[in-house]
Design a protein around this ligand. Structure first.
Ligand code: ADP
Ligand code: ADP
Length: 226
């Protein structure tokens, strides 16, 4: 089974705009995959369909072999999603945000605690664990979003433009963290409009433009042709 299989996916927004015009791509388990494309191409719409923020129009989406139309709750268990916008409760403390998220997946604090500690330490947030999220810098909030997405041990981590607006030093450390997570067996799918990001991290890439997949190849072969 592939980690993610998308077939003939379309999305027409209520205003009639066709953001996805029948896209197909597949991501193998263990892959580090980039959905690369310019602003407005349909990357966030695709991620939105996966995270149920956006209702798809037509087509099929399977996550670890589970069709989201058959059992969305089950398919969702496999996913950790890091959207572009911060969407945690900014008045909650950093550590508690992770424990609350674990609770949504039926995981007790006792079970979640070691993972919360591990990710907060690896992401440089351990000293901030008792601060309310509002007091974190932008880069810290972004790292908190990643820790939160991993707390229920998903098989697939999906990140929408994870390093947009992040300085080069933090970008490098986030890349290193994601490579470590991938090496531990988590499939990673990220969207980006930086070729450099896809080049540094990813094995396979789908290029999306105006709602159409125009290329689906290895990063190596893409770079070889530039
Ligand atoms: P759906 O068809 O999934 O229900 P909607 O068309 O209702 O989606 O739009 C969802 C949200 O996105 C709305 O709150 C809307 O204000 C916002 N939105 C509308 N147009 C745009 C746009 N061009 N870019 C980004 N967001 C938009
Ligand atoms: P990307 O993430 O690649 O920048 P998006 O998926 O956010 O692209 O947007 C794709 C296209 O769909 C854009 O033209 C955007 O304006 C449009 N769009 C996004 N959300 C909505 C919405 N809710 N209603 C109408 N159009 C939208």
């Amino acid at each position: 089974t592939s980690a993610l299989s998308i077939k003939q996916l379309t999305k027409t927004y209520e205003n009639g705009f066709e953001a996805l015009k029948g896209i197909d791509f597949e991501v193998k388990q263990g892959d580090f995959f980039a959905l690369l494309g310019p602003n407005g191409a349909g990357k966030s719409t695709t991620i939105g369909v996966l995270s149920s923020l956006v209702r798809k129009s037509t087509g099929t989406v399977s996550i670890m072999g589970v069709d989201i139309d058959d059992d969305f709750a089950k398919a969702k268990q496999f996913l950790g999603v890091v959207p572009q916008e911060f969407n945690f409760n900014v008045f909650e403390k950093v550590y508690n945000i992770l424990i609350t998220q674990a609770g949504f997946y039926g995981i007790s604090e006792a079970d979640a605690k070691p993972r919360a500690e591990k990710y907060l330490k690896e992401l440089g947030l351990w000293d901030k664990r008792d601060d309310v999220a509002r007091n974190l810098s932008g880069g810290m909030k972004r790292r908190l979003m990643i820790a939160r997405a991993l707390i229920h041990e998903p098989r697939i981590l999906i990140l929408d433009e994870p390093t947009a607006g992040v300085d080069i030093e933090l970008r490098r450390s986030m890349w290193a963290f994601l490579q470590k997570v991938n090496a531990e067996g988590v499939t990673i799918i990220l969207t980006t409009h930086y070729l450099e990001e896809a080049e540094s991290l990813c094995r396979n890439v789908a290029i999306i433009d105006r709602g159409v997949i125009v290329e689906n190849t290895t990063v190596k072969s893409l770079l070889g042709r530039l």
